[in-house]
Design a protein around this ligand. Sequence first.
Ligand code: S3P
Length: 429
Amino acid sequence: MNPAKLNTNIQGLRGEIAVPGDKSISHRSIMFGAIAKGKTNITNFLLGEDCLSTIACFRKLGVRIEQEEHQVTVSGRGLEGLQEPADILDVGNSGTTIRLLMGILAGRPFHSVLVGDQSIGKRPMTRVTKPLSIFGAEISGRNNGEYTPLSVQGGQLEGITYELPVASAQVKSSLLFAGMQASGETVIIEPVKTRDHTERMIRQFGGEIQTDGRTIRIHGGQSLTGTDIHVPGDISSAAFFLVAGAIVPGSEIRLKNVGLNPTRTGIIDVMHRMGAEIIVEPYENGSSEPAGDITIKTSALKGAVIEGDLIPRLIDEIPVIALLATQAEGDTVIKDAEELKVKETNRIDTVVNELSKLGANIVATEDGMIVKGKSSLSGGHVSSHGDHRIGMMLAIASAISSGEVHLDQKEAISVSYPSFFEHLESLIK
Ligand code: S3P
């Protein structure tokens, strides 16, 4: 489907879709399955390119992984079952793969080399290489360990106490993987609570971990056991249709089986605050990752201030929240979000530049952006800049634009949502 044609004659977006499996949970299910003993059966696995990179890396580490459609079986042989890779480990576009994998490799007595695509080559790695070195791993890389290619020589680790300088679930998770292999206890203190899929999964695989507010404790020498995992739909993918449903006139969309982990539901809180008609119906299934259905209708919206502890709970949704804000009355101010600068692209710049091209009234600030609404969007020539979430946000923007929108590099969308255009098309009335 060509998104340039999207904006002609849309009478609304109506119907029901099940967004694909959660990216963060899919990555972790492979990683934990690989280091646990026994079989892990995963259903509703996300077949996005990022998660396929994780599978490819663990296969190179000697782990048997069978994948048929969205069903994956990992035959783990424990941490000791991982083997020195004969080839480089290529993480593609995936920050989660490289950062979490380094935490696992830090404790393995062998050498590995990690590379990724152009975007990965610009993303900061000292945030993990530095604390992993304090654990005792030998890691080097371009620019003093800041950028790929990175080389990891793992070995015996000693537990550390570490206060994270940035709110990052990737860094926290990497250090938890190292802590599980280190002698003694590891204590991690987060500046702000971030997504807790790793902590939940450690428990699901029979491991032990204590959390007390922003402090997390884990002890080394743990052995995990394979288990069954059903991956809920990704709320970060659902976000595009939540916003689409709210801003495209004449819409009502029901999103089935969306993950509702409270460390990820900031978008729902913000949309409620902005006046969106959004109904959440949680399932009562006692699963370690809560899920439910969400219904959204075209809504009259007002601006909001989005800042502080809320930011990590919606960090990946900020590009599409910026689009939402263009259709809200008044100002929307996004603060404390400087982490956006080190995502797949500098998302302060890419969001502001691309939405400006469509006529949005939006300016960048040091730690976020200010959007003045409500403005009508025109057509134009825009690009994802190779960033999946920018591509999807612009495709949704085209559904409310008065002229044609030409979107370059839309193939980036398959990183997290290969069926995005199919789903969008199925809703168009
Ligand atoms: C992720 C954590 C977040 C998020 C990314 C996935 C994870 O990154 O932006 O898409 O799975 O742990 P940071 O940890 O860099 O904030």
